[in-house]
Write a protein that binds this ligand. Structure first.
Ligand SMILES: Cc1cc2nc3c(=O)[nH]c(=O)nc-3n(C[C@H](O)[C@H](O)[C@H](O)COP(=O)(O)OP(=O)(O)OC[C@H]3O[C@@H](n4cnc5c(N)ncnc54)[C@H](O)[C@@H]3O)c2cc1C
Length: 334
């Protein structure tokens, strides 16, 4: 699979941003995860495309990492290449040449006047004069973007201030809170495919459902429909929703968000609590005392601890309520 020549070529492209046997615990909010064979931080789309071209021939598997905030990486790590779209995090919104706002964070796009500025057949759908389109790179921080939008007097992302992670991850998973989801705001997504193809996908062609967004391709950039509003009111609401989240969830602790999806008409956290598992501990992993749908890494938890705890929770909830809990977190690696 890997050979010295391939690694040398990669290193020529990205220099010290290439790492070998890089512990994924450094990149996940759980602070858990074995090593990635090869890890690369990407700063531009040109770099990403060159890397995809390079690995295509070698049939090397790759994994795209966002903020690692909904992720459990197994203790054996990730084989192949782990790619993290990053770039500048100095995120500000400015009006671009074609009248669209651009969030200057995330991966640099060397061609801002692409087909998005001059959409061919679907113009009316992409450009709605009543809303502003904010164009943002996949590697941008979602909470940061939410704050920037509020400061610019743009409404829509108030719910997202307390959802950690990146814009790309949020669109892949259709992140949501307080009854609002990012899918409702998406106008289009630009994505790359390993074969070298690139597509502009309109929202109507994406099946955004509960924790299900764009599941194919590598999300490069997203157009979000935001609306102009009262800046102070938007800021107030953003702060209020963030405070509500901090009060209800183990915010700032080593978790990966909710472990299970809420079953129809019920709440996973309520079921786990009623099954008597709040605070239940296995190795370094513990069911949160604050919100039972979160597992906390309270010491040196391994992925094996978390996986075992997940199975215990599933079995107890099945016994107690007859319900099969389905996973919300993404599990990768071996
Ligand atoms: C304290 C806390 C609170 C949370 N609260 C919420 C909440 O209220 N609502 C909610 O929905 N989630 C919540 N989460 C979970 C998590 O923050 C979101 O799911 C977030 O959107 C994940 O984004 P990420 O960038 O971290 O993705 P990652 O965890 O890095 O990746 C998740 C998946 O997305 C894929 N992916 C990432 N980037 C790309 C890309 N550019 N192209 C293609 N695929 C990609 C990855 O391959 C992986 O399969 C919470 C998590 C924590 C720790």
């Amino acid at each position: 699979m890997w050979n010295a020549e391939l690694i040398k070529s990669l290193r020529t492209m990205v220099g010290s941003r290439l790492k070998i046997n890089e512990p994924m615990s450094r990149y996940t909010s759980f602070k858990i995860g074995g090593p990635a064979d090869i890890f690369v931080d990407i700063e531009s789309e040109a770099e990403l495309k060159a890397i995809l071209k390079l690995i295509r021939g070698g049939k090397i598997p790759y994994f795209i990492l966002g903020g690692g905030t909904n992720l459990l990486v197994r203790d054996g790590g990730i084989s192949g290449l782990t790619i993290r779209p990053g770039g500048s995090f100095n995120c500000g919104l400015r009006i671009a040449e074609c009248g669209m706002r651009i969030a200057e964070c995330g991966m640099q796009n060397e061609n801002p006047k692409s087909e998005i500025c001059n959409p061919k057949s679907e113009e009316s759908e992409i450009r709605n004069p009543k809303s502003e389109i904010v164009r943002v790179g996949a590697g941008a921080s979602l909470p940061r973007l939410s704050r920037e939008a509020a400061s610019a007097g743009l409404s829509g992302l108030e719910f997202a201030a307390g959802i950690p992670g990146k814009v790309g991850g949020a669109v892949a998973l259709n992140a949501s809170a307080f009854g609002k989801s990012i899918g409702e705001l998406v106008a289009w997504v630009r994505a790359a495919y390993p074969e070298g193809e690139e597509k502009l996908i309109l929202a109507k062609d994406i099946d955004f459902t509960y924790r299900h967004g764009l599941k194919e391709g590598i999300i490069l950039e997203v157009g979000l429909k935001l609306s102009e509003g009262n800046r102070l009111e938007i800021k107030r609401r953003t702060t209020e929703l963030l405070a509500m989240k901090k009060a209800a969830q183990p915010f700032g602790e080593r978790t990966a968000g909710c472990i299970f999806l809420n079953p129809p008409g019920n709440y996973a956290g309520k079921l786990i609590e009623e099954a008597g598992l709040k605070g239940f501990r296995l190795g370094g992993a513990q069911v949160s005392n604050k919100h039972a749908n979160f597992i906390q890494n309270i010491g040196r938890a391994t992925a094996a601890d978390v996986l075992e705890l997940i199975e215990i929770i599933r079995a107890r909830v099945k016994d107690y309520a007859g319900i099969d809990l389905e996973l919300e977190i993404n599990i990768v690696g071996q």
